[in-house]
Design a protein around this ligand. Structure first.
Ligand code: PBG
Length: 342
């Protein structure tokens, strides 16, 4: 049998000058590497999530997400201004309402927490895109993304009217883009129709088209207090094993009027980002979710990896795969690092 641990008795003669191609030539100096770099990050392609909670002057750190905090609407507006200053492209808002109910009615309350924050951000006239996460799980007392029917199932079509009303209320408060993330069938079409009927023809839809039922949303559910009270989301979010089905989700969302397609989570979905990029001519976004962020942050805190390099490498990989927009909790840090490296 061939023993792989033993070198062959006679080594082939080392060839030197004869190599036809030497890729190391272009790796020799920082300047050469910069010249041939294929993927560059720009702060304008990054979107920072903001968690908005009641109160004023409040900044409440989130244990599982170092550096990320729940902010009262006034502080969220300050944070949006800081991000705009750093050149970050957008902010996406999530709300922690004062009260929750089975319907999630605070989601479409015109004086709701996220609506308040959008109005304050709008009032600053910032050069930053305002995006609303359009879902009900942060607002329902049971933590599911739609109302529960009498059989105990999340009611798809009942969710649609509420999601549409939520999107219109978010648009009224100043969202440039609404991002439906509930994974209800038909949500993009229902939202598009409602926005148009309300006169918001210019409010765009970023569809969380390919959203897997992922374990990587764990820290987010702590941050947004949105863990389901019973069961899980596998009857509406996609099985992480499925890629062809993700393409069908994206086809449907485009047909229903999506302006941007989003893949989530990002690193476990790199194949879908690449497939979406080659298949569609719309902007492709990816969400580096809470668990992806927390893994890097936690390992860095322990001194196990270089957090700055690991975060940059992960986001570069997401962009190299084909994402032109990246939602990331590291947006402010990345924007700062990108500027330092120029
Ligand atoms: C709302 C929503 C979730 C995330 C984004 N929008 C939670 C979920 O689906 O459970 C997760 C984002 C993250 O983990 O960073 N449905």
């Amino acid at each position: 049998m061939l023993d792989l641990h033993q070198p062959p008795a006679t080594l082939p003669a080392a060839s030197t000058a004869a190599l036809p191609v030497r890729l190391r030539r272009m790796r020799r100096t920082p300047a050469l590497r910069a010249l041939v770099r294929e993927t560059r990050l720009d702060p304008a392609m990054l979107v920072a999530p903001l968690f908005v909670r009641p109160g004023s002057g409040v900044r409440e750190e989130i244990g599982s997400m170092p550096g990320v905090a729940r902010l009262s609407p006034d502080v969220a507006a300050d944070e949006a201004a800081r991000l705009a200053q750093l050149g970050v492209g957008g902010v996406i808002l999530f709300g922690l309402p004062e009260t929750k109910d089975p319907e999630g009615s605070e989601a479409w309350a015109d004086d709701g927490i996220v609506q308040d924050a959008f109005r304050r951000i709008r009032a600053r006239d910032l050069d930053v895109v305002t995006i609303a996460d359009t879902c009900l799980c942060e607002y329902t007392d049971h933590g599911h993304c739609g109302p529960i029917d009498t059989g105990g199932v999340v009611d798809n079509d009942g969710a649609l009217t509420r999601l549409a009303e939520t999107a219109v209320s978010q648009a009224r408060a100043g969202a440039d883009i609404v991002a439906p993330s509930a994974m209800m069938d038909g949500q993009v079409g229902a939202i598009r129709a409602a926005l148009d009927a309300a006169g918001f023809i210019d409010v765009a839809i970023m569809a969380y088209a390919a959203k897997h039922a992922s374990a990587f949303y764990g820290p987010f559910r702590e941050a947004a207090d949105s863990a389901p009270a019973f069961g899980d989301r596998r009857a509406y979010q996609m099985d992480p094993a499925n890629g062809r089905e993700a393409i069908r989700e994206m086809d449907l969302d485009l047909a229903e009027g999506a302006d941007i397609l989003l893949v989530k989570p990002a690193l476990p979905g790199l194949d879908l980002i690449a497939a979406a990029r080659s298949r569609y001519d719309v902007p492709i976004a990816a969400y580096q979710v809470s668990g992806e962020f927390a893994m890097i942050a936690a390992a860095a805190e322990r001194g196990w990896i270089d957090g700055r390099r690991a975060m940059t490498e992960a986001v570069i990989g997401i962009v190299r795969a084909g994402a032109g927009i990246v939602i990331t909790y590291a947006a402010a840090d990345l924007a700062t690092w990108i500027r330092e490296e120029r």
